[in-house]
Design a protein around this ligand. Structure first.
Ligand SMILES: [Cu+2]
Length: 503
């Protein structure tokens, strides 16, 4: 009898929660959707999808004016959100009153932007050009772009974080394991500072303006860069393959994701010690924190089989293992955990009361419903077909209708990593995920992607385990273009790159 009563009580409690969850969501999250090219707007903690706004091909960011948390310093206006498109070389602005795209600014050709940040006054963006080794400064009002190449070649500026005084853009370069200090006014690349470890990725700043916290992927640490002193003074050993960190609004604690460790570490910033470990499911990348510092958003790359029934699928492979987990920081308990669309790349959480778009205040649905189709951007001038991967020698061959290039995608390379084509002549690129056949990695959640920078309208496909994607198109412009894996697939995913050479 006791047992039955307990069951009834907990059952009605959960009904109450689900009926009221999103009506009472205190926060709204904005995420750049990565490979699906969408801005994703959702309730927190319910994780109900409120809006999806198609905006490009490979959307990264976001940076929001007016947000106090996330990877943005924010400004008081709360009017705009910015993201970059890595394949299309654009900065895209969204008007938060309607959540619609309001402006699109072209970056230099082949810039390959991977991240951006915004000054506290909302006037300036700093954009990291991972593929080109360049940095750009963008004036948000006029759209004026200034770009500068990093003085070291090659360089991979993967992440940008603007200091809290708005004067300097700190840029993580994973090839050279340094942080570049770029002054914004005048716009000038300064000296490189050793990052305190190998392969730096995310950078978070503390509210007092003193520290930049660097996640050094291959050193398993969080390095404390003294911004005024221009050097790393402390290193804290954290988890395996740390990628990103967020800092609470009081500057007391930082939270850092460890991709391989599948944990989030809580670091006390006064004592510079790890004080708590939160296991997550699994392979976390970006993090977000609610404005009241109570909820942590963990953007996981793998789902460890939890959401198989609702995952969108193509061919024999799983397509969408990404998920978001919301952790109540006081109890350490997971309050919400849902599979999501795309590969959410960065998230900013704002108070729901501050959101002006009435369309994102109510309703919402599950991010992914059973039977949902593959979520990829619309294409132009290309024929795309999917099927099972079949053993085939990689390289270029003469097919019935012209050149056929077989490219193997595996953890974590493309082979060949140079693909040749002629402008005006049709080329067929057959991309095959051979992780399973090649005994590369024993995890069905490893999904590769493929996009050619500069050929954004023709590319952006997903390559789940055992899947082949065939792209047939006619290159219109000659030159050397970077192609890259467009879905985070492992610790050296960023390095999974190649060249598309059109003569
Ligand atoms: Cu990959």
């Amino acid at each position: 009898m006791k047992k039955v009563l307990l069951y009834v009580v907990s059952f009605s409690f959960s009904i109450f929660l689900s009926a009221n969850a999103f009506a009472e969501d205190p926060f709204v999250g904005y995420a750049a959707g990565g490979y699906n090219g969408k801005l994703l707007v959702f309730g927190i903690p319910s994780l109900k999808l409120l809006k999806e706004v198609p905006a490009g091909v490979d959307l990264r960011g976001p940076a929001v004016s007016g947000a106090k948390t996330g990877n943005s310093n924010g400004s008081p206006d709360g009017k705009n959100l910015y993201a970059v498109d890595k394949a299309a070389n654009k900065v895209i602005s969204f008007d938060l009153a309607s959540s619609a795209v309001s402006k699109s600014v072209d970056l230099p050709a082949q810039f390959g932007p991977s991240h951006l940040d915004i000054t506290p006054d909302g006037k300036t963006l700093c954009v990291a050009g991972e593929l080109s080794g360049k940095i750009a400064k963008v004036d948000t009002a006029s759209g004026k772009v200034e770009a500068a190449a990093l003085p070291k070649k090659p360089a991979a500026p993967v992440y940008a974080a603007i200091t809290r005084d708005g004067k300097t853009c700190l840029v993580a370069d994973y090839i050279n394991s340094v942080v570049w200090m770029v002054t914004l006014d005048p716009f000038k690349v300064g000296e490189p500072i050793p990052s305190g470890g190998d392969n730096p990725h995310g950078i978070a700043t503390t509210p007092d303006g003193k520290w930049a916290l660097i996640s050094n992927k291959f050193s398993g640490n969080m390095a404390f860069l003294d911004i005024a002193g221009k050097k790393v003074t402390d290193k804290v050993t954290t988890g395996a393959v740390p990628i990103h960190a967020v800092v609470d609004s009081a500057g007391k604690f930082a939270y850092q994701s460890a991709f391989v460790g599948s944990v989030v570490k809580k670091i006390d910033l006064a004592t510079k010690k790890v004080v708590e470990t939160y296991p997550v499911q699994s392979r976390p990348g970006h993090l977000g924190i609610s404005p009241d510092d109570k909820l942590l958003l963990v953007l996981n790359k793998y789902s460890t089989g939890q959401f198989e029934k609702v995952q969108a699928k193509v061919g024999p492979g799983v397509v969408n293992p990404t998920n978001i987990q919301v952790i109540d920081l006081a109890s350490g308990k997971t309050v919400s955990h849902q599979p999501v669309l795309g590969e959410p790349f960065g998230v900013v959480a704002v108070a729901a009361a501050s959101v002006k778009d009435a369309g994102v205040k109510k309703g919402g649905a599950a991010f992914v419903s059973a039977g949902r189709e593959l979520d990829l951007p619309a294409k132009k001038g290309v024929k795309v077909t999917y099927g099972p991967a079949k053993p085939h020698k990689p390289g270029a061959f003469e097919g019935a209708g012209g050149a056929e290039v077989y490219v193997n995608a595996f953890s974590h390379q493309f082979a060949p990593n140079e693909v040749y084509a002629y402008a005006g002549e049709t080329v067929k690129i057959i991309l095959q995920n051979i992780d399973e056949k090649g005994n590369m990695i024993d995890n069905a959640d490893v999904v590769h992607g493929f996009a050619i920078n500069g050929y954004a309208e023709q590319t952006q496909v997903l390559l789940p385990r055992g899947v082949a994607a065939t792209l047939e198109f006619t290159p219109s412009k000659s030159g050397t273009f970077d192609f890259y894996c467009s879905n985070y697939c492992g610790a050296v995913h960023m390095e999974m790159r190649g060249k598309f050479i059109v003569e």
